[in-house]
Design a protein. Structure first.
Length: 156
């Protein structure tokens, strides 16, 4: 009887370990571990940004471990809610900067062109803000999609 009780306890522990590990293993197979796949798209956006710290931060964000970020966060639901709000804010910044830059440049069509350094004027600052908002949203949207993927696979 004692042996049966030990076996039941052992099986219970194995089931618990599998229940905890299985979502993580499944998520690792289907959800991105980082955002490095966005590197080329991010580099294209960062050509319009002259703030070195921002560029460095955005490039390091692409290499950061998403599972580690989830473990350090207060909870995946809170992080998802925060990112949704941040994306909405950056969309407003992007649209505002786009509107102002096109108005100033009298260029209603076509892509905005980044300024060369050391040009400093209202147009250049606005275009840089536009590219910063687009870069932030590129990373935020991809991170949000990744968090939602991990959430679907049982991460809390």
């Amino acid at each position: 009887m004692k042996q049966l009780s030990s076996m039941t306890t052992c099986l219970g522990i194995v089931a618990l370990v599998l229940a905890l590990f299985l979502p993580a293993a499944q998520a690792a197979d289907t959800c991105p571990e980082n955002l490095s796949h966005l590197a080329d798209e991010m580099d294209a956006l960062l050509e319009g940004v002259h703030v070195k710290e921002f560029k460095r931060t955005m490039r390091s964000v692409l290499q950061a471990s998403i599972p580690q970020a989830i473990q350090r966060a207060d909870g995946i639901k809170e992080q998802i809610a925060f990112l949704r709000k941040e994306i909405q804010h950056q969309v407003r910044v992007e649209k505002s900067a786009d509107f102002i830059a096109r108005d100033v440049s009298k260029n209603p069509d076509g892509p905005l062109k980044p300024c060369k350094r050391p040009e400093e004027n209202g147009y250049c600052n606005t275009v840089e803000r536009y590219f910063m908002a687009k870069a932030a949203n590129l990373a935020n949207r991809a991170f949000l999609e990744a968090l939602e993927c991990y959430q679907r696979h049982g991460y809390q």
